[in-house]
Design a protein. Sequence first.
Length: 319
Amino acid sequence: MDNKKLTRKEKRELKFQERELKTYSGLYPYFRIIPSPRTYKVAWKFLYTVTKNYMGTQFLQKWGFYHIPVVNVDSPLDKKIPFTPSKVYVYMDFVYLFLRPLTMIIKRYGMKKAARFCNEWFTATTKVYTEAGRMYKHTLSTTVRPVYKENIHFRIIHAFDPHLLCVPSLHIALIALTTVYFKKFFRELELTEAECFQKNTEIYNEAVEIAESVLYMKQHSVNCIPSALYMITKLFPELFTPNDAVNFINDMFLTAPAISTEDVAEIKDHISFMYERLLLEGIAADDWRDPVIRWIESYDYQKEIKAYEEKQTQEQQKD
């Protein structure tokens, strides 16, 4: 259709349809959602929950007010993924992954219509932080991350993240939830099939990149990913299915020149196996945390290293 024949409203809609989500501001929602009478209650509850369960738990432990057990959840497979500082820019984008689509919805439909979607999203993410917080109150978890402060982003991370909340990974949990929740929102907003595909693909591809970045950055272990995917499956079974989790894992490291094909396969097999194990054990559990708690209480990094080295030696002898 010739743009000259389009009405102003149609031209505006076409502009939104063709615009990539990456071009929207990730800061805009702060100025619209927090002060709005339609959304401020949910927004402030979310911010309070994040402060309490993310910042509060870690720093109260660090300052000696909490005495929660801390488990090192590193895996021998982590050594197969090279520390890549340049991935920090992808890693830091995980909040914007869900804020930019909210910006699009607010600007496109106005706050009156967008409020329902904003409230539903932040109610869901508040639930994620609350449930993850319940796990952290039982057992804290950490990994050995490089002491690297050559970049302002790393200095910020090291200053504001004591690195005690690895299992489950909130980075992974939130990006997994983003991939399915906005798919739902776009359907409800009745976007065209072509636009849904374009926007969902953009969100999904960036989510996979962010998932890889947490490993390249050494902010998490391969052991942190399955527990996060498992948690989202249990908390939102109607949205994030085991099939979604398996596909997400399989789509990681499709392009990873610094990691051998064999190592990529081993890493993904490990994540898939652990996810499926948690899922099976969680079927009869009264609390989704039960299989995660059993795993983390029995996990011994040094034993894992020894067992893995013995396995490698046996395989080399066979060859």
